[in-house]
Design a protein around this ligand. Structure first.
Ligand SMILES: [Mg+2]
Length: 221
């Protein structure tokens, strides 16, 4: 089972993350940027950074040149500043991860977060022990690519075979699209900023108001 983080496992965990991106850009380039006007929900961290810099008038060539240093700085800054996130865990998320863990069904992350940021969030939310692996922003150009990497990894490890049910659980239409692009089931949860009505327009296989409403039976199909 593959999980998005922001809006799916955690909510309102964004301010320190956004600040880390802003501080990293300043440290690596000296440029003042903002996440205002950047539709960060459902975006990958590197795309958010590119968008912030482009909005500040920085050319694509310069963005590309500085991106590795910015990404390194953002992760270092976030790991130092990440608050306690246990109260930010979405309803039902901890119980669902626990049930999967107890039944030895592998759970992993597919997230637009950079890897150290994503793992730090899980650690500070008390969820890390339930998650075996993850595909993060720096591994692919888009979310569909991340799903592909996560599924391939689980197959190579022998955790799943061709008949194992695979699902991506997320709060954004981008998650639904990424699942569909890989032929895995899409499960939409309306605990992010996108309403259940809007998610329904993208026809996920299952739509729930929050993870308390998702039974293991429904999840495993
Ligand atoms: Mg999300």
């Amino acid at each position: 089972m593959l999980f998005d983080i922001d809006g799916t496992l955690l909510r309102r965990a964004g301010p320190h993350h956004r600040q880390a991106l802003i501080d990293a850009v300043r440290r690596a380039t000296g440029v003042e940027t903002t996440t205002e006007g950047v539709p960060v929900q459902g975006m990958l961290d590197r795309d958010i950074l590119s968008c912030m810099l482009a909005n500040a008038g920085v050319s694509r060539a310069v963005i590309r040149q500085h991106m590795p240093a910015i990404v390194t700085a953002a992760q270092r800054i976030y790991v130092r500043s990440c608050p306690d996130l246990r109260r930010r865990v979405c309803p039902g998320a901890r119980m669902l991860l626990y049930r999967l863990w107890r039944r030895r069904i592998p759970a992993g992350l597919v997230t637009g977060n950079l890897s150290r940021i994503g793992w730090k969030k899980m650690e500070r939310a008390g969820l890390k022990q339930y998650l075996r692996f993850g595909a993060f922003a720096e591994l692919a150009a888009d979310r569909a690519g991340l799903v592909r990497i996560a599924v391939r990894h689980a197959r190579r490890q022998g955790w799943i075979n061709r008949s194992s049910p695979v699902a991506l659980i997320g709060d954004h239409p981008n998650d639904i699209r990424a699942a569909r692009a890989n032929g895995v089931r899409s499960i939409a949860v309306a605990t992010g900023l996108v309403s259940a009505e809007e998610l329904a327009e993208h026809s996920p296989d299952i739509l729930v108001p929050d993870l308390r409403a998702l039974s293991l039976e429904a999840l495993l199909g």
